[in-house]
Design a protein around this ligand. Structure first.
Ligand SMILES: C[S@@+](CC[C@H](N)C(=O)[O-])C[C@H]1O[C@@H](n2cnc3c(N)ncnc32)[C@H](O)[C@@H]1O
Length: 258
């Protein structure tokens, strides 16, 4: 079996094929982001300073900068290859984005030049060990401005194990179904991404009981992670939407009046 590990994100072909294909490959990719953006509008947060952890090719940040003209964003990722694609995509917003190259588990808070009132992440935190996920939730609470929000869209287990297994198989079904509808000009990217998806299948389905290490897909249930958010101090915590393996969880930092 090909090795898991953090290394796979540090590859140009991985970064560019993910960028081209993620909206098709990940079920509900746009739906989840739409839900998050709608929640931000509903919360009437005002002038947005958003930090995106594991921001990849910058697709979500681009949407925020488009939708909220006075917003600014802080991009964080540890992959030079993903940073290159994102800085190209976001070049027209040069004055509204700052970049932090860092591991999510390192002391990135020391590099912040402004205090975020929204922290988001998608499809990144599940690569951390559970103890690091918990530490991260605590850190996000500390770093956020009062009344700020934290959201994580991610691969998570569900309540029952049999349903979790089915959610893994659903993703396989979803990606195979794509073959019939993929536009011809994306055939090469599709083949590339499916090659990598084969490793995902081996890690998560064929070898489901093998021990996990940092960088693997370390799925934890949305219920457990909601508890971690509560323990960190977040209020109004909820699973705001869910589609098979993906959940969007989050909470608000509310400081009580003295
Ligand atoms: C599957 S991609 C998701 C990208 C983007 N958030 C999206 O939803 O399109 C995962 C991203 O998280 C980054 N990442 C994974 N683990 C990380 C870590 N420990 N520290 C910083 N970035 C990490 C990878 O480099 C990659 O850009």
């Amino acid at each position: 079996m090909k090795q898991n590990s953090k290394e796979r994100f540090h590859s140009e072909s991985m970064a560019s094929s993910y960028d081209e294909m993620c909206q098709l490959m990940v079920p509900g990719y746009n739906f989840m982001q739409d839900t998050l953006i709608d929640k931000i509008k509903f919360e009437n947060i005002g002038k947005i300073t958003l930090l995106d952890l594991g921001a990849g090719s910058g697709i979500f940040i681009e949407r925020i900068l488009d939708e909220f003209p006075d917003s600014t964003c802080i991009y964080l990722d540890y992959s030079e290859e993903f940073i290159n694609i994102a800085s190209n995509r976001l070049s027209k917003y040069i004055d509204r984005v700052t970049y932090i190259k860092s591991d999510i588990c390192d002391d990135w808070e020391l590099k912040l030049e402004s205090t975020p009132n929204i922290i988001t992440s998608s499809s990144a935190i599940h690569h951390l060990l559970n103890e690091d996920k918990k530490k991260l939730y605590n850190k996000c609470y500390d770093v956020l401005e009062d009344n700020g929000w934290f959201f994580n869209i991610d691969e998570m287990k569900t309540v029952y194990n049999d349903a979790y297994l089915q959610s893994l198989h659903y993703w396989i079904y979803h990606t195979e179904k794509l073959k019939e509808i993929i536009p011809k000009n994306l055939n090469t990217e599709y083949e590339m991404v499916m090659e990598k998806f084969d490793d995902w299948k081996k890690r998560n389905v064929d070898h489901i009981n093998s021990p996990k290490v940092e960088g693997d897909d370390i799925h934890e249930s949305f219920l457990v992670q909601l508890e971690w958010l509560k323990e960190a101090g977040f209020k109004e915590t909820d699973v705001f939407c869910k589609l098979y393996l993906w959940s969007m969880i989050g909470g608000k930092k509310i400081i009580k009046d003295p």
